[in-house]
Design a protein around this ligand. Structure first.
Ligand SMILES: Cc1cc2nc3c(=O)[nH]c(=O)nc-3n(C[C@H](O)[C@H](O)[C@H](O)COP(=O)(O)OP(=O)(O)OC[C@H]3O[C@@H](n4cnc5c(N)ncnc54)[C@H](O)[C@@H]3O)c2cc1C
Length: 401
């Protein structure tokens, strides 16, 4: 009987639903627990790299997903108003069927994953169910869950913590979240004002010691879409002050001055961390996605890395659950994805932020000149694009035994 016990997945975010869907496609029964009453619809990430779209193919959602997005084959690094380099993913068209970044709001992916998961049958998705803690023994896991009807106990063979940065599963595992938190908050504002006539590609990063920025054009409710502008903000200011219309307007005017007032459709602030869990696996409990690692959004590695890890984990957990592979295969997931995260996602996202915010004009000029040289050399440009598109990190992880 124990062999048929399901995998319990905590969190119906992109990582949890991807693990669930991939396991269901392998015939593994799953229970997904989500504390919210429905799929969360907050703004968050929205720039998808080529390997991520490739991974959605076997899950049966790539076509629908592609139809929802804006394809971004070219993106820029700028210094204030000036263009430094414009990258063209066409240079790596031989390395991926999707040589572009795909911009789609994160909250549009999760309903696709949910619909596909439920269409397969055998998946039990429970909203309003909050994981509290769990105990494990030789055969499985017993989790304590807060449900609308009171506390329940649930039995499973393995438990996957896909419950985000504040992961209760990680706390239950007694695992440290090693790293640091950046002092400043990030302010994000979305506007319909078109930045294309100002020379911006739908994805751009602007280097400036005080006013650095990241730009993402998002589909929103269809054309013309919204331009999402992310800037750093004073760590001393309270959230309410950062979100004051006058303050947001002043920041946008400093970014691209114009005679009219900006119409702001959405605005939010958030704190940004660089942290990796010291362990991704304790026996039958595993961590994936933000529960295992978090990083700043410069380079769009957070959600993409979460999905790469989710697919990798499910590929190993499926055979282990069916008894076709030793449990030690799960440690390969840990080696591959922990290393990929530390070596690439953490290192590169920190470097990206340092490049944008560099205050020393000599150092900034040197770094931007290096980028110009890289872009001018086809071999170096190709290497840069394979790396920034996360193709190199996925290939590197696959090599780890
Ligand atoms: C405010 C914000 C802005 C972001 N912006 C960007 C960005 O611009 N670019 C980028 O690349 N990344 C960004 N990210 C990161 C990106 O959104 C995450 O990497 C991505 O959501 C990770 O997916 P996940 O499934 O691991 O976690 P999540 O999306 O956090 O999903 C976790 C799920 O678990 C549920 N849950 C939590 N605790 C429990 C519990 N105890 N029991 C049951 N369910 C539980 C939550 O309700 C949630 O649905 C942002 C993150 C935040 C928080």
């Amino acid at each position: 009987m124990a062999a048929r016990e399901p995998v319990i997945i905590v969190g119906a975010g992109p990582a949890g639903l991807t693990v669930a869907l991939s396991l269901r496609l392998q015939g593994v029964p799953v229970i997904v627990l989500e504390s919210e009453p429905g799929l969360p619809r907050d703004l968050r990430a929205g720039s998808f790299h080529p390997p991520t779209v490739e991974m959605l193919g076997p899950l049966g959602v790539a076509e629908d997903f592609l139809a929802l997005g804006i394809k971004v084959p070219r993106w820029q690094i700028r210094e204030r108003r000036e263009l430094v380099v414009e990258w063209d993913l066409g240079l790596i068209a031989d390395a991926t069927p999707y040589p572009f970044r795909l911009h789609v709001e994160q909250y549009k992916l999760t309903p696709l994953l949910q619909r596909r998961l439920l269409s397969l049958g055998g998946a039990d998705l429970r909203f309003g169910h909050t994981f509290l803690d769990a105990a494990q023994d030789a055969d499985g896991i017993t989790a304590r869950i807060e449900t609308p009807g009171g506390i329940e106990r649930l039995r499973g063979r393995y438990l996957v913590g896909a419950d985000g940065g504040r992961s209760a599963v990680r706390h239950t595992m007694g695992v440290d979240f090693e790293g640091f938190t950046w002092p400043e908050r990030f302010l994000v504002a979305s506007t319909a004002y078109d930045l294309a006539p100002h020379g911006f590609t739908p994805n751009a990063y602007v280097s400036d010691p005080l006013e650095w920025a990241a730009i993402f054009k998002m589909p929103h409710e269809g054309p013309p879409g919204l331009w999402r502008i992310l800037v750093p903000s004073d760590s001393e200011m309270a959230d309410e002050a950062l979100l004051e219309p006058d303050y947001v307007e002043a920041r946008l005017q400093r970014f691209v001055p114009r005679a009219e007032t900006y119409e702001v459709a959405y605005k939010s602030t958030y704190k940004v961390h660089q942290r990796v869990a010291s362990e991704f696996r304790i026996g039958r409990m595993l961590l994936v996605g933000d529960a295992a690692h978090v990083n700043n959004p410069l380079g769009a590695f957070g959600l993409n890395g979460a999905l790469h890890a989710a697919v990798n984990l499910a590929e190993k957990l499926g055979p282990v659950w069916r008894g076709e592979a030793e449990e030690s295969l799960l440690d390969r997931y840990v080696r591959q994805r922990r290393q990929a995260n530390i070596e690439f996602v953490q290192a590169q996202s920190i470097r990206n932020k340092e490049l944008l915010q560099e205050r020393d004009p000599t150092v900034r000029a040197r770094r931007l000149n290096e980028l110009r040289r890289t872009a001018a050399d086809p071999a170096l440009a190709r290497e840069f694009l394979l790396r920034s598109s996360m193709i190199a990190s996925v290939r590197r992880a696959a090599e780890i035994a």
